[in-house]
Ligand binder design. Structure first.
Ligand SMILES: [Zn+2]
Length: 143
């Protein structure tokens, strides 16, 4: 079941969940595998120093606890990929910078990464294709 309050600022502004591709199920499977001892912490808590630095500076908490260490709150960091952007993606601050980039760059794709600065857990939570904004009227919604 999806939490009614779980809709982010972004979801409300882009006014569609369908445009985002979610990886929450993969995340749950990964966390379960970790809890059952099938994978090690080192395999999944491997955030690079740059990613941790970004998490500290522009990460935005969504109020959720880290699924691995269960101590820290995770933060979300966004990256923009597309023509004339660095191959590793351009970090984008959540909120207005992200929203204005989404509007300005329909040719770009946006990635939402969840990071725990306590144990270095990191996971690609969602991707958003900029072009999806243009075509959202054509999408049929599942409810
Ligand atoms: Zn953690």
């Amino acid at each position: 079941m999806e939490k009614a309050s779980g809709r982010s600022f972004l979801d409300r502004v882009t006014d569609t969940n369908a445009a985002w591709i979610e990886y929450r199920l993969s995340r749950e499977i990964l966390v379960r595998d970790f809890e059952k001892g099938r994978i090690s912490k080192a395999d999944i808590c491997d955030a690079q120093p740059e990613l941790l630095r970004l998490a500290h500076h522009i990460g935005q908490s969504n109020g959720e606890k880290c699924p691995i260490c269960k101590n820290n709150q995770v933060v979300l960091v966004y990256f923009m990929f597309g023509p004339q952007l660095p191959r590793s993606g351009k970090p984008v601050a959540p909120g207005f910078e992200l929203l204005s980039m989404m509007k300005a760059r329909p040719d770009a794709n946006f990635y939402e990464v969840e990071i725990c600065t306590g144990c270095n857990w990191n996971f690609l939570m969602r991707t958003f294709e900029g072009a999806a904004l243009k075509h959202k009227k054509r999408q049929h919604s599942k409810s």
